[in-house]
Write a new protein. Structure first.
Lengths: 108, 114
C-alpha cells in the first residue's frame, strides 16, 4: 500500500517562517512534489525533489530525505496570499499520489 | 498553450443520470490523470494514462466509473448511473516527458448529483 502523512492545518503570522512536513510510505519512489491550491482553484506546482537535500525557489524551499521517507516545504517571509492548501505528492514513476493536504492560514 | 481544458466547469444532475466529463490535455504531454477531490477523501487519483493507454485504474471507485482516452488530445470520465456520493470536484491533469516533473491541472468540474 501507500500512505502520505501531513498535518491537516497550520497557522502562522505574516512575515514568519513555516514548515510543512510530509512522511510517506510507498512502493516505488521517484520523487516528492509540492503543490499549492487556493480555495476554488486548481493545484499548482511548487517544487520537485528527486534527490536528498534542499531545493530553493524564492521564498519557498523543499527538502527531501529518501532514507527517512520524509520531506518538508519551507515557506519564508509569509504573506497573506500564501493562505492556501499545500499538498505533498509522491511520484511513483509517472503515477502521482497526493497527500490529504495542509491548510495554511496566515494571520496579520 | 491554453493549459489543460476541462468541460463542463459545473454540472448538476439527478441521481441515476449519466455524466460525462471532458478533458483536453496540454499538447505534447503524454501522461494524463483524473483526480477526484472531496473534503473527506482529499485528492484521490482515479486513473492514469500514459501514451493514451490506461496504466493504473485502481482508484476508480466502482464499475459505474469509466474513462477513455481515444487520442492524445482528449479524454473522458463517465459516471453511469450517478449517485449523490459522487458529488465532488473532478480534476484532469497532464504531464510531459523527459524528466519533466510538473503536472498541470485543469480548472476542474464541480459535479453535484441531487
Amino acid at each position: 500500500g501507500q500512505s502520505l502523512e501531513q498535518p491537516s492545518e497550520v497557522t502562522a503570522v505574516e512575515g514568519a517562517i513555516v514548515q510543512i512536513n510530509c512522511t510517506y510510505q510507498t512502493s516505488g519512489f521517484y520523487g516528492l512534489s509540492w503543490y499549492q491550491q487556493h480555495d476554488g482553484g486548481a493545484p499548482t506546482f511548487l517544487s520537485y525533489n528527486a534527490l536528498d537535500g534542499l531545493e530553493e525557489t524564492g521564498r519557498f524551499s523543499s527538502f527531501l530525505s529518501r532514507s527517512d521517507s520524509y520531506g518538508y516545504l519551507l515557506l519564508q517571509e509569509l504573506q497573506m496570499k500564501d493562505s492556501a492548501s499545500y499538498f505533498c505528492a509522491v511520484d511513483q514513476g509517472g503515477k502521482l499520489i497526493f497527500g490529504q493536504g495542509t491548510e495554511l492560514s496566515v494571520k496579520p | 498553450d491554453a493549459g489543460v481544458i476541462q468541460s463542463p466547469r459545473h454540472e448538476v444532475t439527478e441521481m441515476g443520470q449519466e455524466v460525462t466529463l471532458r478533458c483536453k490535455p496540454i499538447s505534447g504531454h503524454n501522461s494524463l490523470f483524473w483526480y477526484r477531490q472531496t473534503m473527506m477523501r482529499g485528492l484521490e487519483l482515479l486513473i492514469y494514462f500514459n501514451n493514451n493507454v490506461p496504466i493504473d485504474d485502481s482508484g476508480m471507485p466502482e464499475d459505474r466509473f469509466s474513462a477513455k482516452m481515444p487520442n492524445a488530445s482528449f479524454s473522458t470520465l463517465k459516471i453511469q448511473p450517478s449517485e449523490p456520493r459522487d458529488s465532488a470536484v473532478y480534476f484532469c491533469a497532464s504531464r510531459g516527458t523527459g524528466g519533466n516533473t510538473e503536472a498541470f491541472f485543469g480548472q476542474g468540474t464541480r459535479l453535484t448529483v441531487v
